[in-house]
Design a protein around this ligand. Structure first.
Ligand SMILES: [Zn+2]
Length: 292
């Protein structure tokens, strides 16, 4: 264009280039605001570890949603919706199997099993005091949960509370042995109230840890809930991303008796809201209780 001789009627052509550039800039700046669906935001939030940078990202997502539709999407609600019990289940050979075994928000119970042969890929041993010596798979948790457990134990120690980790990860094969032993000793009905069939234990997710205290001989019994350590755990677990999974008086809804010792990592974004809700995990992630 520059090499050509200037003619007044070329002004239209000259305008085309800057107009195109302006359009591109406008489209690019609109992109993130209109493109972020609730599901994408949920995924971003779920994948993000806690930290200031991530908080900024969430705030930006909220603003983006507000700008596009006029109504902000609550990022916690978005995670609940994405992880809902209805959205994360499939039938495999007549069995109900979860579709998201690696999600921090995965829900496993008597009706919802892990895929056959599932084993978390990032199991590590948290640096906390255990109730037993020697190596064992039950020392392990998934990395994010293990780091959170270390922080929880440090917080307890700072408050003068002495906790012990008793039992974390449990493989399919070991769960099978435990369940079959319980059936032999107690009968099938009683066994299913206190233990899971293989594939249905939260311990197999690598996100659960049974916790007790030397003050009760490190036992896993309901009496732990009445100790100062058990009360501290119930009050503070959610600050570190954990919840007491099997609540008192909720056996009909969780399928398990009250277990004040069983804590489940579910993320620092979800745990405080879940604890405040006084809902079971199953209720909290039920679509009928989720409002987007
Ligand atoms: Zn447990």
């Amino acid at each position: 264009m520059n090499s050509q001789t200037w003619r007044p009627k070329d002004w239209k052509r000259l305008l085309i280039v800057p107009t195109l550039i302006l359009c591109c800039v406008l489209l690019a700046s609109c992109g993130p605001k209109t493109g972020g669906s609730a599901q994408e935001e949920g995924q971003a939030l779920q994948a993000a570890p806690a930290g200031q940078g991530d908080q900024k990202e969430i705030v930006e997502n909220e603003q983006g949603a507000a700008n596009s539709g006029g109504q902000a999407v609550d990022p916690v609600m978005a995670v609940r919706s994405e992880s809902s019990i209805q959205a994360t289940i499939q039938e495999v050979e007549g069995q109900s199997v979860v579709t998201n075994p690696e999600a921090i928000t995965v829900i496993v119970n008597k009706q919802r099993g892990l895929p056959e042969g599932y084993e978390p890929k990032d199991l590590v041993e948290p640096n906390v005091p255990f109730s037993f010596d020697g190596p064992h798979e039950k020392r392990m948790m998934r990395k994010e949960a293990a780091e959170a457990l270390e922080e929880l134990f440090a917080g307890a120690e700072a408050d003068g509370i002495e906790l012990r980790a008793v039992s974390g990860y449990r493989s399919y094969d070991r769960q099978k042995v435990i369940y079959e032993t319980n059936v032999r000793n107690r009968g099938e009905e009683a066994a299913s109230r206190v233990s899971s069939t293989p594939g249905n234990s939260e311990h197999q997710t690598g996100l659960a840890m049974d916790v007790s205290s030397p003050s009760v001989g490190n036992v896993l019994e309901e009496s732990f809930g009445q100790t100062v350590e058990g009360k501290w755990l119930a009050e503070h677990a959610s600050e570190y991303g954990f919840v007491i999974r099997y609540l008192e008086g909720a056996e009909d809804r969780t399928g398990y008796v009250y277990e004040p010792w069983h804590i489940r990592y579910i993320g620092t974004d979800i745990a405080p809201d879940l604890a405040d809700s006084v809902l079971t995990v199953e209720e909290y992630f039920d679509e009928t209780n989720i409002k987007l």
